[in-house]
Design a protein around this ligand. Structure first.
Ligand SMILES: Cc1ncc(COP(=O)(O)O)c(C=O)c1O
Length: 424
């Protein structure tokens, strides 16, 4: 096993740098790294929940022989609706009526009346003419970007911290893509100015909130730039849909800029506790996107997943107290961590990061948190810079105040032990 690989996820990159390109050899090295971590009881990548997502769950680490009861902080079911009786009932009803699976893609009969109705509903939710339903949020992004952008006639400008599905779409497009500094309007304007005259199309892609820090994009200012330079704007609302805007319709809705955004995307796997992704846009672009390979050649989501998303939309409008309660819990956790002196960065959303800034401490703490019954993910290099390694606690409405208090108690103890906050 090579000792100079800083993180198992970088195995491919390091071996390529050293001229190793044989994929059998690369796979062997991945296996050696994984086995080593497993022996050290540090192989946390494949931890899983015995009965799936909930605020508390039995969690198993691959190296452990038993499940441990933990509070869970890594799941994006913001509104906590995945076990709501109304949602479950709708999923059951849809399965009975429509069966399981769709067996084919939208273009060859994979869509039912339920799918069509959900597309219409989402078009309304995002104040757009039409909406295209993809099988996942990932392929909504990667498929849409690759369908729209095909070569040197288009330049794509993305935030440096963009999600992998956006980057994959850019790569697959064959168009040139360049990042701008995270959330920097100045850098975005510099890049737009420098390149706008050189391509027929300029597409700017941002997320309304970023998943690693929970910070919000300066969308109003980006729209001002769009009006000045005339680029196309694509906003991924994966981490704002469900709890920003009127009845959770997202940040573009809250800021009153939905009309100025050409493509509003969200996943159905987070606030709406289902599977799938939607892109809402004009009728012309929707027509174009129906030719995306992700729409043409991927089986559509089962009716039960459609019904779940639909049921969650019902609850978002009929029970605003669910959204209010999520915000109350988010503010409660954030305030407690700030009062203890933790660095929680610029988060404004239910994604609450806790900066550790030291990889060794991070790894030790990840294990200690698990031993204390707290399950979350250490965000390490190269996902973030080594100086910015952190934990991420994602609040969802199924967390009880007692779960938050327990988390804060454990963090307070470990934070003092590792010098992240002052002791008494
Ligand atoms: C910003 C963003 N966009 C898209 C996706 C992909 O969504 P899904 O996992 O539902 O396919 C994610 C998922 O983590 C995300 O965080």
């Amino acid at each position: 096993m090579r000792k100079d690989i800083p993180q198992i996820g970088m195995t491919y990159q390091v071996l390529n740098r050293d001229g190793v390109f044989n994929i059998r050899e690369i796979a062997k090295e991945y296996y050696a790294q994984q086995t080593h971590l497993d022996e050290m009881e540090q192989w946390t990548h494949d931890r899983y929940l015995k009965q799936s997502s909930h605020a508390r769950a039995l969690v198993r680490s691959p190296s452990a022989n038993e499940f441990k009861s933990c509070s869970v902080w890594s799941i994006n079911h913001y509104l906590g609706l995945n076990r709501h009786p109304y949602v479950i009932e709708k999923a059951k009803e849809a399965t009975e009526l429509y069966g399981t699976g769709c067996g084919t893609s939208a273009m060859s009969g994979g869509h039912s009346q339920l799918h069509k109705d959900l597309q219409k509903r989402f078009a309304k939710v995002f104040s757009k003419e039409e909406c295209i339903l993809f099988p996942t949020g990932f392929t909504a992004n990667s498929g849409t970007i690759a369908a729209l952008c095909k070569g040197s006639e288009t330049l794509i400008i993305i935030d440096r911290d963009s999600h992998a599905s956006i980057i994959d779409g850019c790569r697959a497009s064959g168009s040139r893509f360049i990042p701008f500094k995270h959330n920097s309007i100045q850098d975005l304007e510099n890049k737009v100015k420098k390149f706008s005259g050189k391509h027929i199309n300029l597409l700017v892609i941002v997320e309304s909130a970023y998943s690693m820090e929970g910070d919000i994009a300066p969308l109003k200012k980006i729209v001002e730039l769009k009006k000045k330079y005339g680029f196309l704007l694509y906003v991924d609302e994966a981490h704002t849909f469900g709890f920003y805007g009127e009845n959770g319709r997202g940040l573009c809705n809250q800021l009153g800029i939905a009309d100025d955004v050409d493509f509003i995307m969200t996943t159905l796997s987070k606030s709406t506790a289902s599977m799938g992704g939607v892109v809402a846009t004009s009728k012309e672009f929707a027509s174009f996107l129906r030719w995306s390979t992700a729409y043409l050649f991927q089986a559509a989501i089962p009716a039960a997943d459609v019904a779940v998303a639909d049921a969650c939309l019902d609850l978002m409008s009929s029970q605003p107290e669910i959204i209010e309660s999520l915000w109350d819990k988010t503010h409660y956790l954030r305030q407690k961590l700030v009062d203890l002196g933790f660095d929680i960065g610029k988060s404004e959303s239910p994604i609450v990061p806790l900066f550790v800034r030291d990889s060794d401490i991070l790894k030790k703490m990840e294990k200690e948190l698990y031993e204390e019954g707290v399950f979350t993910i250490a965000i390490q290099y190269p996902v973030v810079k080594a100086s910015e390694v952190r934990f991420r606690f994602i609040v969802n409405n199924s967390h009880a105040i007692e779960d938050i208090d327990h988390l804060v108690d454990i963090l307070s103890k470990l934070g003092k032990k590792h010098g992240l906050i002052k002791g008494l």
